[in-house]
Design a protein around this ligand. Structure first.
Ligand SMILES: [Zn+2]
Length: 272
């Protein structure tokens, strides 16, 4: 049986400082074969690389979160590009636009997003995209990146919309320009009709799952710290909504994720 794969987690967060080994062990026990550790600022990018070098099921992604955009300088972007060029790094992310919390001016967020999309394009690596209250605004940026990538239907995905919060019709537009759509454990929240509609409507080939640990725990753990083992709750919801087995939902989303990031699971995980 193919294990599950968590496409977006922040295991370098201080919430995991005391017991990361136990967290990674619980991934294995829950048959979660891998997780992408996404950076969001200079320190968390380096930490993502460090964790991935110590724990084989973890894969690093590096990028500047839109909240950080106001502090991102040209020299930080140059450092980011050299980190992102390391073979271990599977994606540029998380990057994006956040017009909900507005920690950085919108213009600056757009500039830093475009600079990081250009880095991904130069390196031929996919992007992990955060979009909050900006599902329409971010489309023009990602569509330009898609055109510059010369992406064609059926080609390898060029990015993933992490914890996508828009409507099903919006999600489809991103699929049409080469993106996968990631469903989080928020799929288990009773009032999250938008995510459930996406889970039901989109082609299975365009869906992956994530935890966004330590954030967004599943319904049965509201208020607690989230961790990659819980990605199974999102997969169970996806399977129930689509009327397929949990195993089929796990293998489909893992195959999609491995194709996106261009990686294989570590041998000891894949064979278990
Ligand atoms: Zn995140």
């Amino acid at each position: 049986m193919i294990p599950a794969f968590d496409t977006h987690a922040h295991l370098q967060d201080e919430a995991f400082a005391a017991d990361l080994e136990a967290v990674v062990r619980r991934m294995a026990e829950a048959k979660v074969g891998g997780a992408v550790v996404c950076g969001y600022d200079a320190a968390s990018n380096v930490a993502a690389l460090d964790l991935a070098s110590r724990f084989p099921p973890l894969f690093p992604a590096v990028g500047y979160h839109p909240h950080e955009a106001k502090d991102v300088t040209p020299s930080l972007l140059a450092e980011l590009e050299s980190l992102a060029s390391l073979p271990a790094v599977v994606a540029v992310g998380e990057i994006g636009l956040d017009f909900y919390r507005n920690h950085s001016p919108h213009d600056r967020q757009r500039e830093v997003l475009d600079a990081q999309l250009a880095i991904a394009l130069r390196l031929g690596k996919p992007v992990s995209v955060h979009s909050r209250a900006a599902e329409e605004e971010i489309f023009e940026h990602l569509a330009a990146y898609s055109r510059a990538s010369s992406w064609r239907p059926g080609g390898r995905p060029i990015g993933v919309m992490h914890c996508f919060g828009g409507a099903s019709e919006q999600a489809r537009r991103y699929v049409d320009i080469g993106f996968l759509v990631s469903l989080a454990c928020t799929l288990t929240y009773p009032r999250n009709h938008a995510a459930r509609t996406i889970a039901e409507d989109l082609p299975l080939e365009s869906l992956v799952v994530e935890t966004d640990s330590p954030y967004l725990p599943p319904q049965d753990r509201r208020g607690a710290r989230n961790e990659p083992a819980n990605v199974c709750r999102a997969i169970e919801s996806l399977a129930a909504l689509r009327g397929i087995s949990v195993g089929a939902a796990a293998s489909a989303t893992t195959v999609n994720a491995l194709g996106l990031f261009g990686v294989n699971l570590p041998a000891e995980v894949a064979l278990r």
